[in-house]
Write a protein that binds this ligand. Structure first.
Ligand code: ZN
Length: 279
């Protein structure tokens, strides 16, 4: 997760277990479209279709359906019964298994069916094409059975540009390429705030530091440029925060420039960031 950063440095950020694994989240985001109140979701974690061997390699917790539980919790807070069938738009940042492994599930006959059957699925066309032919280096990050069954079972809206406004401009989807070709990062307007869903561009709060770039990234120097570009853009807006998909603790972070580096200005929960009067 930390690329060229030596372990004596990164292990202070996230202490590893005896198998050198660190604790990480797979944090999806659910929100309502301002234009019509439809429920939207970005990414959905690794899902539950894991055999014991592979679940153990990555330490994936398959004991609970966190996506379903999360939807129930969001619903409860609003007096609603929120279920996967209520999700009407699903945006995939990219097709690595830890982001969209939960997109299909096994029905009682063992058939792979969509988890969000009523959702229009937004996927970048060129990333999809890449995911069908990754290199020998990154093929283990893709499981075709996570996304191929979608093609004839849900509606897919193919993103084709490097920047696409969605939902009357409430969301802007942008391609970045350092981690994997055409990964999408998303600016989401929530009231007067902007939340940037950074996917694997800034996976944890520790990756705010510029040299902290994942070994998984295919083009680390491109990631470096893309991080600087994102931070410079958001530093102009005091009401913009980054949403961290993989950080085990921190949900949102704001950054500031210090000399030639970038550092954390403020960390907060999502609830605190979007609460009125803050920011
Ligand atoms: Zn990834």
């Amino acid at each position: 997760m930390f690329g060229v950063v030596p372990k004596p440095l990164w292990e202070k950020c996230l202490p590893p277990d005896e198998k050198n694994r660190i604790r990480l989240a797979m944090r999806a985001l659910v929100f309502q479209r301002a234009m019509d109140g439809l429920w939207c979701m970005i990414d959905c974690g690794a899902g539950l279709r894991w055999d014991a061997k592979h679940a153990s390699i990555y330490g994936i917790d398959v004991t609970r359906d966190y996506v379903r539980e999360g939807l129930v919790a969001v619903g409860l807070s609003l007096g609603l019964d929120l279920k996967p069938t209520d999700i009407r738009c699903f945006i995939a940042t990219h097709l690595h298994f830890d982001h969209i492994g939960g997109l299909v599930r096994e029905d009682t006959d063992g058939k792979l069916v969509p988890t969000f059957p009523n959702a229009l699925h937004f996927i970048h066309k060129r990333h999809w094409e890449y995911a069908l032919r990754p290199t020998e280096r990154d093929h283990a990050s893709f499981r075709r059975e996570d996304y191929l069954p979608l093609e004839h079972q849900v509606e897919i809206e193919w993103l084709e540009e490097s920047e696409t406004p969605l939902f009357e401009g409430q969301v802007v989807s942008r391609s970045v390429h350092g981690h994997t070709p055409h990964m999408q990062i998303l600016d989401i307007r929530l009231g007067d705030k902007v939340l940037t869903y950074t996917a694997d561009l800034v996976p944890t709060v520790h990756h705010v530091r510029l040299p902290y770039i994942m070994g998984y990234d295919l083009q680390p120097l491109q990631t470096l440029a893309e991080k600087k570009d994102l931070f410079s853009r958001m530093a102009l807006n005091p009401r913009q925060a980054l949403f961290l998909e993989h950080d085990p603790v921190t949900e949102c972070v704001r950054v500031r420039r210090s000399d030639h580096q970038w550092e954390v200005l403020e960390s907060s929960t999502l609830a605190a960031f979007i609460s009125p009067g803050k920011g």
